[in-house]
Ligand binder design. Structure first.
Ligand code: NAI
Length: 465
């Protein structure tokens, strides 16, 4: 282990990062309340957390909160473009090992993911905090390979080839590492829809070896971060990348789940005329009744100036679609992985890099498109992700989930859980003051009439918000 246990772009950015961290703290009341409530009892004392989540200013406040609660941490970003180098520097400067550089290569990405499990004393982590599931998949795939399963022989694409190569490298360097590491994990807390989908698939196949908390499906996460977060950060990303006039333009949003709803609202708020594509009739009807034209991409591809994917699915924008796009159409993705757009199929065309994370791609007929962040999530690649306030709600759920699994992990089965509703309501409650919201109180008679306790939970489990 080298003496310098971190990799950041420029450690001299730490002072700037610290100033922005100080501002972010004033916008993250949930995390600051966790520090007040648990800072003395230190429920995470003894926790060794491997974190894989966009290394932003907001994440820095999360890291320092977990640290104040007693945890030791090692951190990497969960996307090659999402790191804010000043945030990474500020955290590295405090002595918490962080491995994250905006624009790192895929090889570096997997090497850094490995580094979050390599403790200087040769010990292992006992918790994972994941966003998208890559840290979890790294350990579980490696452990299966160590058990002799043939899981590394058929990479589906270049990224998987690099992922498998990193696993093989670690297997050769430290025999038995993945199995030891897997067996030491008390639990994983997962941030996003895509990572949660991966966990449920593992559970279904009987391959989940530890309990998991699905942070995404706390109401105060997915109905806020995914929706109101994207409402602010989608247009921010497009503007910082292109400075294009949004008003009057035609935009297509593929997918009308939580991220799609926020994204469509974002573009509409900027004055764009928004169309939506969906496969789910319920979400399609919601889009129509929210006032958006619901179309198929096949029919509408040629009409749009801006096309954004939000689905968490693959091959949503195909080469065929892109052939139909207008000259200079702006194409981007705000879902977790880059396979929503068939970027690989564009590689043999003419690329002109305009600036970091903005490329112009020319088709043989001279038609050009502007691709943002090479198809990776553009709000974090081209801008700075969601604002602090909404991330405070998400990350307060993360903190509560880490405490729950670290302190009571043995009470859970190897399944995926969501936090109980009273904690979800608590997270919301912690954010009311900052926006000047005053809560009404139920009288005992009113509470009895609607069948709830006057102090909550206020809704049954099946309520959808
Ligand atoms: P969701 O499941 O609520 O919504 C996805 C929607 O896409 C669904 O309604 C689904 O029916 C639709 N869909 C699936 N395939 C489609 C296709 N071929 N064409 C049109 N629509 C299709 O998921 P959510 O929470 O909206 O998340 C979406 C993605 O965004 C996930 O990958 C998630 O991890 C990511 N995410 C990104 C964030 C960011 O800051 N960039 C924040 C939160 C989530």
């Amino acid at each position: 282990m080298s003496a310098q246990d971190y990799i950041v772009a420029d450690i001299s950015l730490a002072d700037w990062g610290r100033k922005e961290l100080d501002i972010a703290e004033t916008e993250m009341p949930g995390l600051m309340a966790c520090r007040s409530e648990f800072g003395t009892s230190k429920p995470l004392k003894g926790a060794r957390i491997s974190g894989s989540l966009h290394m932003t200013i907001q994440t820095a406040v999360l890291i320092e909160t977990l640290k104040e609660l007693g945890a030791d941490l090692r951190w990497a970003s969960c996307n090659i473009f999402s790191t804010q180098d000043h945030a990474a520097a500020a955290i590295a400067a405090t002595g918490t090992p962080v491995f994250a550089v905006k624009g790192e290569t895929l090889e570096e990405y997997w090497e850094y993911t490995d580094r979050i499990f390599q403790w200087p004393d040769g010990g292992v982590s006992n918790m994972i905090l994941d966003d998208g599931g890559d840290a979890t998949m790294y350990i579980l795939t490696g452990a299966r390979a160590e058990a002799g399963e043939d899981v590394l022989s058929n990479p589906g694409n270049e990224e998987e080839t690099i992922f498998f190569a990193q696993i093989k490298k670690r297997m050769a360097a430290t025999p038995g590492f993945f199995t030891r590491q897997r067996d030491a994990i008390k639990g994983v807390t997962e941030e996003t829809t895509t990572g949660v989908n991966r966990l449920y698939q593992l559970q279904k196949k009987g391959l989940l070896p530890f309990p998991a908390i699905n942070v995404n499906d706390s109401v105060t996460k997915s109905k806020f971060d995914n929706k109101y977060g994207c409402k602010e950060s989608l247009v921010d990303g497009i503007r910082r990348a292109t400075d294009t006039m949004m008003a009057g333009k035609v935009a297509i949003v593929c997918g009308y789940g939580d991220v799609g709803k926020g994204s469509a609202a974002s573009l509409q708020g900027a004055g764009a005329r928004v169309k939506v594509t969906e496969v789910d009739p319920i979400c399609a009807l919601q889009a129509a009744m929210d006032g958006f034209e619901v179309v198929t991409l096949e029919d509408a591809a040629h009409t749009a100036d801006i096309i954004i994917t939000t689905t968490g699915n693959k091959d949503v924008i195909t080469l065929e679609h892109m052939r139909k796009f207008k000259d200079m159409a702006i194409v981007g993705n705000i879902g977790h992985f880059d396979n929503e757009i068939q970027v690989e199929a564009l590689r043999n065309l003419k690329w002109t890099n305009i600036k970091p994370q903005v490329d112009m791609i020319e088709f043989p007929d001279n038609k050009r498109i502007i691709l943002l962040s090479e198809g990776r999530l553009l709000n974090l690649g081209n801008a700075t992700g969601h604002p602090s306030f909404v991330m405070s709600a998400s990350f307060t759920n993360q903190v509560l989930a880490q405490i729950e699994l670290f302190t009571k992990g043995e009470e859970y089965q190897n399944q995926v859980y969501v936090l109980p509703k009273h904690l979800d309501e608590k997270v919301a409650r912690l954010h009311l003051d900052r926006v000047g919201a005053k809560l009404s109180k139920l009288s005992d008679e009113q509470a009895a009439y609607i069948g709830v306790s006057p102090n909550g939970p206020f809704k049954p489990e099946h309520y959808r918000y």
